[in-house]
Design a protein around this ligand. Structure first.
Ligand SMILES: Cc1cc2nc3c(=O)[nH]c(=O)nc-3n(C[C@H](O)[C@H](O)[C@H](O)COP(=O)(O)OP(=O)(O)OC[C@H]3O[C@@H](n4cnc5c(N)ncnc54)[C@H](O)[C@@H]3O)c2cc1C
Length: 495
């Protein structure tokens, strides 16, 4: 993936693209991958970096969603369990099976979750990744030593998938690219070109240079997640909003809070959600919340109340109660929830995806889950092909292997992290990293794992990048100021 080459490719192209995709999160990159692997000419435009939106801020689960089972959303669970199986097969280098334990402090709840998770197993059918089973208190503690013992009557063990969201995203982008998709980050769609009433192209701004480009397109897919209404309104200024927003926050702790291979699933929190404590990159990821918010920002911040809630809930289950001072990083993401009416309880809104086609032919696909991106992409590309009259080609992503990222060895940037100087060089040369943030937040996960360490290693990363990109001392200084300001937002300062 080379940004300069792709900009040149765009400039030199005289034919319309079969499909232009707006948005470089899981849904958009999934669409680009689907379209390119069918042989369509596809261009993807991302206004910031790939994964800057919600797709870098997930709970890192490839799952059917035990919570949706409780809401009796059987079709969503079944579809997601199938996609979980497909992803484990197509991207085994980045998605793996994770053991989860639901700790039980009452016999009734043990029977309830034991039965519920058997249904979860059954719904997976041939995509099952391991049977659930009931554990005695001793077996539960053997697997999860840091669990509160008082009142423990056992646990229920089940399996789900776990992954690194932006690693998978960048690998999907690489796979799309090797199938001839043209992907560009820092490219913001600003308006649509029309032929009579129909959309015939997109005008976008290269936000690195300020240059405007116009591209012709037979079909346009709006995959801008929580920001999709703003893009719909570029096409039809009177379009009514279709998404509402719910923020979800996570905290990251040292591994000492959960020094086991199994993850904890707390099945019922006071706001009616579930809370996970999951081993992730030698740390523990704890979350999430469901807080209605009025607008969608690309850089939302974990709220004090959310952090307190996560600490308090996790503290009820763990022998060592985490405090604010233990938090290495706190991050938040915005869920685009498709809604057609006013709602106050966002936790009850469906996580299913929705597709809309407006009078101009703009196809919007939003909602859903990371886990179901492939299915969403298949539907959106089918629709694009039929809307634009493209030659029909079957979707092939069900059996398409995602290009594995092979990390070359090199000098470590920090003793606490596996990331190396070589990773930084590769991120710039092959993965279109343009800023220190791109490297520390999404090509590596340093910012999400430990914001203070990320700030410590930023000067070294900036210097390596400046050599690769041909930038000067001013660029380094600006990058460090920007990254420092950003990383501050990931601290959960003691109040
Ligand atoms: C807290 C939280 C936890 C979650 N956990 C899980 C989980 O564990 N498992 C799971 O399966 N799902 C999970 N999800 C859901 C999942 O993360 C989302 O469904 C998915 O990431 C949405 O991807 P997207 O591509 O639709 O949106 P986004 O990732 O938000 O991507 C949209 C992109 O569009 C770009 N864009 C916007 N406007 C423009 C424009 N004008 N021009 C160009 N680009 C533009 C944005 O910059 C952005 O990068 C979670 C969600 C949240 C909020």
């Amino acid at each position: 993936m080379n940004r300069d080459e792709n900009i040149t490719r765009i400039r030199e192209r005289t034919e319309p693209w079969d499909i232009v995709v707006i948005g470089g999160g899981a849904t958009g990159v999934g669409c680009a991958l689907d379209a390119a692997s069918r042989g369509y000419d596809v261009l993807l435009l991302e206004q910031h970096d790939f994964g800057k939106g919600t797709s870098s801020r997930s709970t890192k689960l490839i799952h059917g969603g035990v919570r949706y089972l409780r809401q009796a959303n059987i079709s969503l669970v079944r579809e997601a369990l199938k996609e979980r199986g497909i992803l484990l097969r197509n991207a085994p280098h980045v998605v793996h099976t994770q053991e989860f334990i639901v700790p039980c402090y009452g016999w009734l709840e043990k029977a309830f979750y034991g039965l519920g998770l058997k249904i979860y197993d059954l719904l997976a059918g041939r995509y099952s990744i391991g049977k659930s089973r009931i554990l005695s208190p001793e077996e539960t503690l053997e697997r999860l030593p840091p669990l509160r013992t008082q009142g423990l009557v056992g646990g229920v063990l089940y399996h789900d998938g776990q992954f690194d969201d932006t690693r998978l995203l960048i690998d999907m982008a690489q796979t799309a690219s090797s199938n001839s998709a043209c992907l560009v980050n820092y490219a913001r769609a600003r308006s649509f070109i029309r032929d009579a009433e129909k959309i015939a192209g997109v005008e976008f701004e290269d936000t690195e240079t300020g240059v405007l480009h116009t591209v012709a397109a037979n079909a346009v897919i709006n995959a801008t997640g929580a920001l999709c209404d703003a893009v719909r309104q570029l096409s039809d200024s009177s379009a009514k909003p279709v998404v509402t927003f719910a923020q979800g926050s996570h905290i990251v702790l040292d591994r000492s809070f959960l020094p086991s291979n199994a993850a904890v699933m707390i099945p019922k929190t006071s706001d009616g959600r579930v809370l996970f404590c999951i081993p992730w990159h030698e740390h523990v990821l704890v979350g999430t919340t469901d807080t209605p918010v009025d607008s969608a920002s690309l850089e939302p911040e974990a709220l004090d109340a959310e952090i307190e809630f996560i600490l308090e809930t996790a503290g009820e289950y763990l022998t060592t109660k985490p405090t604010r001072a233990d938090i290495r990083s706190a991050f938040a993401g915005i869920r685009p929830l498709v809604s057609r009416s006013d709602v106050s309880n966002t936790a009850s809104l469906s996580r299913s995806h929705e597709m809309f086609v407006d009078a101009s032919g703009l196809i919007t696909i939003t909602g859903g889950k990371w886990t179901t991106y492939r299915r969403m992409a298949e539907e959106a590309v089918n629709k694009a092909a039929s809307t634009a009259g493209l030659r029909p080609v079957e979707c092939v992503t069900e059996t398409l292997t995602i290009t594995p990222h092979v990390a070359e060895p090199g000098e470590q940037l920090h003793p606490g992290f596996p990331y190396t100087v070589t990773n930084v060089v590769e991120a710039v040369r092959n993965e279109m990293a343009r800023t220190v943030e791109d490297v520390l937040a999404r090509r590596t996960r340093a910012l999400f794992l430990n914001a203070r360490v990320a700030i410590e290693i930023a000067p070294r990363v900036a210097k390596i990048m400046a050599v690769e990109l041909g930038k000067d001392e001013d660029w380094i200084a600006n990058q460090l100021t920007d990254f420092g300001d950003l990383a501050e937002r990931y601290f959960a300062r003691p109040t």
